[in-house]
Design a protein around this ligand. Sequence first.
Ligand code: PEP
Ligand code: CO
Length: 456
Amino acid sequence: MASTNTSAPDASSWSPDSWRAYPAVQQPAWPDDQALKRANATLSGLPPLVFAGEARHLTRALGQAAQGRAFVLQAGDCAESFTEFSADAIRDKLKVILQMAVVLTYGAGVPVVKLGRIAGQFAKPRSSPTEQVGGQVIDSFRGHMVNDDLPEAAARVPDPARLVAAYQQSVSTLNLLRAFTKGGFADLSQIHAWNQEFVASSTEGRRFEDIAEGIDSALRFMSACGIDLTGEDTLHEVDFWTSHEALILDYEEALTRKDSLTGEWYDCSAHMLWVGERTRQLDGAHCEFLSGIRNPVGSKVGTSASADDVIGLCERLNPERIPGRLTLITRFGVDAIDDHLPELLRAVESEGHPVVWECDPMHGNTFTAEGGQKTRRFDDIIGELQAFFRIHREVGTWPGGVHVELTGDDVTECLGGFEDIVEGQLGLRYTTTCDPRLNGRQSLDLAFRIAELLRG
Ligand code: PEP
Ligand code: CO
């Protein structure tokens, strides 16, 4: 195979900073090198956000999805924000993800691996390093881990103190998520409380209530039969994992720690890390970094990826062929998926590489509306998902999961859906700091459609 010359990584030469010898695209031009070194030193001394054992647990859960026995729901903001940060927003995002997971589990009868784009998703790759605002050319916004989104030159100067601030916000986010998911909020007896008011009044909200009542009565039936469910953790707690794009390698390196149990390296900034469509070069710094950490990892795969590129990713990132270690997140767009996905599935299948195939139906379907906002059509998102499931069925591979950008809030960022949001309404509640997200209703609607496709 041509590009597999990218040689399996030489594990003996890997270290948390070995990426520095490779070309690293999409890194900020930090103006103050000393300040960057100080931020790195501070981060290196701070506690890890996650444990190596948790990352291993997630690899096993994803391994089930690689082998056709589970489905992954990876979801959250395009970019988390320092300013739109509150306990309510975290809770509401968790609510909609829990709702979606219930719809998928109940509706399709498969276990769902719940993976947030959260507690670290603060950095964005950009197609252009600068943008024009008024008559002025200023640096692009690269996520709150790097600079500020205000459209002013001074706000866009990269500030390494933001790396530490991103860590701190990730800590408090993860702390609350752990409290919610292990402390009673995710208990199935709370299922009705996950349906937010603006969602509950919609068709999807009512469908969700039907499921919730079905679950209630099943639980009542079991306890009436004398089955004691109080000790059944899976009914009272949820495993909720964190993930983000491993983009700013100074941050990821500083949070990479050696596991005392196994002596292996883990990037303890999140349970799962992925490389983006713009940073997945086989001979680049990002793949070098991911190749040596033992967390489950992923790569976006878009229309520019050849079958050889994808086999190269499998060999570079999962030479040991561990199921669950590698997730390939395809993002072609509704019009391009048929031209690309079948060939990639067949190539990976024939090489015998175990991967989780996730569909990101968002990033290939983005366009700019007349009012200037970036947006996506709900129908295009559904269209790419339908094609994803159909193609997997045709090839005989397992559609392992979805990767979506959403929020629990009642935003107007994506077009269509139950409320049939039209272009003129995008400005009403358009609050994303980067890409357009599905709102709570659209997300739940999406989950019902996916459950149908899974049953399909
Ligand atoms: C993203 O997931 O927000 C993103 C930038 O995706 P991609 O790398 O696929 O463009
Ligand atoms: Co995005």
